[in-house]
Design a protein around this ligand. Structure first.
Ligand SMILES: [Zn+2]
Length: 232
């Protein structure tokens, strides 16, 4: 079942092959055939996430660990001075959704497990420790470009929304133009509510502002962008 869940190829073909039945290699109907996946090497990212879990002594859950490697700002990151950590922002090139996918893969693959209490702390298994000492190739299937681009656009949108919320508190009466959720065209693809929420735990930090500055300038007057940049 675990192999089935991680199978990058046609699921119908995988099941029939398991029972020794001949079938076409693609059915064009299962979730794997319908979504465009690509296989990516994630060994380095997995190693970084394991290192980050170790660096916080396995005392935190997924949200904090992923915010740490993503380089997000949150109350907890600041509270524990994790923006000083050697792991802070090491995987900033990934979207939050991609990082969540990699972590989910790590749990499914038995490298990491979560505690069964309400804290859901991340604990490294013996298999995870062995991998950390001697990393090997690890591949995972991932949504292809268009969907990844949409996830990245969602990240920016959530960053903007967080900044807008801060702004409205910091600069009373500032006239803020409204902005639309960015949309990457792809046949009928819309970001799910869950996906949008997933990106929602990022707060706009200084580095994030730099990243989205050009976009920010399109939606806010210049003096407001300046005020935000210097106040965060
Ligand atoms: Zn299929």
């Amino acid at each position: 079942m675990k192999n089935y869940a991680l199978c990058p190829d046609c699921l119908r073909h995988a099941i029939l092959a398991y029972f020794g039945e001949p079938s076409p290699t693609r059915c064009e109907a299962c979730s794997n055939c319908l979504h465009e996946y690509e296989t990516v090497e994630i060994s380095e990212s997995v190693h970084t996430i394991l290192g980050a879990i170790k660096s916080v002594r396995q005392k935190f859950g997924a949200t904090l660990v992923l915010s740490l490697v993503k380089g997000s700002r949150s109350q907890k990151i600041e509270q524990y001075h994790l923006d000083q950590s050697a792991f802070y922002g090491n995987l900033s090139g990934f979207t939050m959704r991609q990082l969540q996918d990699i972590l989910r893969f790590m749990v499914q693959d038995g490298l990491v497990e979560t505690t069964n209490d309400t804290y859901r702390l991340l604990k490294i298994t013996p298999k995870g420790n062995a991998f950390f000492k001697q990393p090997a190739s690890l591949t995972m299937r991932q949504y292809k470009k268009a969907e990844a681009a949409q996830a990245a656009a969602d990240d920016v949108f959530e960053g903007l929304r967080a900044i807008r919320t801060r702004l409205s508190k910091k600069i009373p009466g500032a006239a803020l133009r409204d902005f639309q959720r960015p949309h990457v065209a792809r046949n009928g693809f819309r970001p799910s509510a869950k996906q949008s929420r997933n990106a929602g735990d990022q707060r706009g930090g200084r580095s994030q502002i730099q990243k989205i500055r050009p976009l920010l300038c399109r939606f806010f007057p210049k003096r407001v962008v300046k005020a935000v940049s210097s106040s965060i």
